[in-house]
Design a protein around this ligand. Structure first.
Ligand SMILES: [Mg+2]
Length: 187
């Protein structure tokens, strides 16, 4: 059976967008990322995929190695602080700055490729992004829900992910109970 995935844009959603961030010293976790992955720890059946336009490579601002190094640090930060590991193979990029490239958001190519690679049902999945091109990519891929993240407007990642998991998936009551019991221990 095909599964549910959460597709995340990277810059502005998982890390603060410091304008083409690619150096580890410019890596800052975005607000509520810790809470989000503590939540996702309770639902291992949900696949997390990162889909990121990284046209800075195509434009010659930095190279692929910088992207991968930056993302390794991001993955480790999330792992160390939440115990959740986003699989290293679940990070998709479009390095091209060519607008018509099928993988470059707002085109849906990265989501479609990931759905093919990991047997994901896009119509049961969600896209979380901070730009209109993320939302369009999700819509073109026929995902069930899209969430525009805007930390300045309190539209944060945690509340988006919580809403989707709670209201639009059929995850087990036991897993939710486990989550709420665990969260009570943090208070
Ligand atoms: Mg972004």
């Amino acid at each position: 059976m095909s599964g549910v995935a959460l597709f995340f844009d990277r810059d502005g959603v998982l890390n603060v967008n410091t304008h083409y961030p690619h150096l580890v010293e410019d890596l800052y976790l975005a607000p509520t990322v810790i809470e989000t992955f503590r939540l996702l720890n309770c639902f291992p059946e949900v696949t997390c995929i990162v889909v990121s336009n990284q046209s800075g490579v195509g434009k010659g601002y930095f190279v692929e190695k910088d992207v991968l190094h930056f993302e390794r640090s991001l993955r480790l930060r999330i792992l160390n602080e939440t115990g959740y590991l986003i699989d290293a193979e679940h990070w998709y990029h479009c390095y091209s700055s060519e607008k018509n490239h099928p993988w470059r958001k707002p085109n849906p190519g990265m989501l479609q490729q990931a759905a093919h690679d990991y047997n994901i049902d896009l119509t049961k999945s969600a896209m979380f992004g901070d730009s209109i091109s993320d939302i369009k990519a999700g819509e073109s891929a026929n995902v069930l829900n899209t969430y525009m993240i805007d930390y300045d407007l309190d539209k944060d990642l945690y509340h988006g992910v919580f809403d989707f998991l709670y209201n639009h998936t059929s995850l087990s009551t036991e897993a939710w109970q486990k989550y709420f019991n665990k969260e009570l221990n943090y208070v």
